[in-house]
Design a binder for this molecule. Structure first.
Ligand SMILES: *Cc1c(COP(=O)(O)O)cnc(C)c1O
Length: 405
């Protein structure tokens, strides 16, 4: 916001600092106060109660807006899911949402719940298939509206004939979690706007160091700040960003009345973590590309997914639209789901845990969760590659895949 000409790597360090005054602190103070001295009607922007606004949020919100290239400050939320729920509140009642079939599982769960309540109608798509998504935006059908075998969720929650009419919201995740499909965001955003749909992008996986969805046509960006932005697996926090005053006002009102607010300490800690995000993302992406390349052809591996691999279905599009390939790898070890569980059990350095985007490398078999989409392979292990020495990471993964521990 203040220095739009600076690169994101610089803005991550400089944005959201207090004014440079003699004797002033270089970091924003952590203010722990539930209320503020206030008489009369608070002036616009005046702090009066911590569920509405705090100076500690503002420092983080300024920095996130600078990173994402948003014209307005971000809105911090209690978690990524709180930000996602706020974004869904932008859909008019009964509006149709077009969403990747491999979106983040809990976001999908929320969409299914809203569809069951008839608050929204839901059409699930392969977000990498641009023609199919464009068709779905217009009239809801992947193949002229006819239900297909691989669209059970979409079929289940759409009213009979209810797929008619243009979409109200296009949800984008790029890459998707955990299948790593790459959306053609500029083309999809243009098609969505042509039918009057809002575009929301969950930029958790890519981070603004790799792609800035607002510049590619998204109206709103949401984040699980929990992951790369904060980066140390020590807090849960979310954010929503937009350059549209009216949308931001609606998201802010949602946050206040639903109480979906971050704690000041989490916001302060997230900004501290954010200062190193460029270094962390750079290192973890380099590690991920190296690990992915070595996994190809490993005797213990059936399939590897990472957009850095020239053979990956998302490679060309990611190379065109993104400044990197991310640090999440999908790997299917030999031996099916038991083989995948054995891999997770045998690692010593990689951490068996859910979540991602911390400095430490972690892994999990996604289908261990009953809620995970059935189109995610049962034996898929998602690797979140951290910033450790890549040779140490590789040695541990190699021994675990070979089953010699
Ligand atoms: C983790 C995650 C979320 C949810 O964020 P929380 O902070 O855990 O609520 C949303 N989207 C993606 C892509 C995620 O990885």
């Amino acid at each position: 916001m203040t220095h739009p000409d600076l690169s994101p790597a610089t803005l991550a360090v400089t944005a959201g600092r207090p004014p440079r005054v003699q004797g002033g602190p270089v970091n924003p103070p952590l203010v722990l106060s539930s209320t503020y001295v206030s008489t009369g009607a608070p002036a616009p922007g005046e702090l009066f109660y911590t569920r509405n606004d705090t100076e500690t949020w503002r420092a983080l919100e300024t920095a996130l807006a600078a990173l994402e290239g948003a014209a307005l400050p971000a809105l911090g939320f209690a978690s990524g899911m709180a930000a996602i729920a706020a974004a869904f509140s932008l859909v008019p009642r009964g509006g149709r949402v077009v969403m990747p079939e491999h979106s983040y599982g809990v976001a999908l769960g929320l969409a299914h719940e809203l569809a069951a309540l008839k608050d929204i109608r839901l059409t699930l798509v392969d977000i990498a298939d641009t023609d199919a998504v464009v068709a779905a935006l217009g009239h809801g059908g992947r193949s002229s509206g006819a239900p297909t075998h691989d669209e059970p969720a979409a079929r289940e929650h759409d009213e009979p004939g209810g797929q008619d009419g243009p979409a109200a919201l296009l949800w984008i995740e790029t890459p998707t979690n955990p299948m790593l499909e790459i959306a053609d965001t500029p083309a999809l955003a243009a098609a969505a706007h042509a039918v009057g749909a809002l575009v929301v992008a969950d930029n958790t996986f890519a981070t603004p160091l790799v792609v800035r969805p607002l510049a590619q046509g998204a109206d709103v960006v949401v984040h699980s700040v929990t992951k790369y932005l904060a980066g140390h697996s020590d807090l849960v926090l979310g954010a929503a960003l937009t350059s549209d005053e009216a949308l931001r006002a609606r998201l802010a009102a949602y946050r206040t009345v639903h109480g979906a607010i971050p704690g000041p300490f989490e916001a302060w800690l997230a900004l501290r973590g954010l200062r190193t995000v460029a270094l962390r993302v750079e290192r973890s992406q380099a590690n991920a590309a190296e690990v992915a390349a070595r996994l190809v052809g490993h005797p213990g591996v059936v399939e590897v997914r990472h957009p850095s691999l020239p053979s990956d279905p998302g490679h060309a599009r990611a190379a065109r639209l993104m400044a990197g390939f991310g640090s999440i790898i999908g790997v299917r070890p030999v031996g099916g789901a038991p083989g995948a569980d054995a891999l997770v059990d045998r690692v010593r350095l990689w951490l068996p845990a859910t979540s991602l985007g911390g400095v430490e490398s972690s892994l999990e078999r996604r289908r261990r969760f009953a809620t995970e989409s059935l189109t995610v392979p049962d034996d898929l292990v998602r690797l979140s590659v951290g910033i450790e020495d890549v040779e140490d990471l590789w040695a541990d993964l190699d021994q675990a895949l070979r089953g010699r521990s």
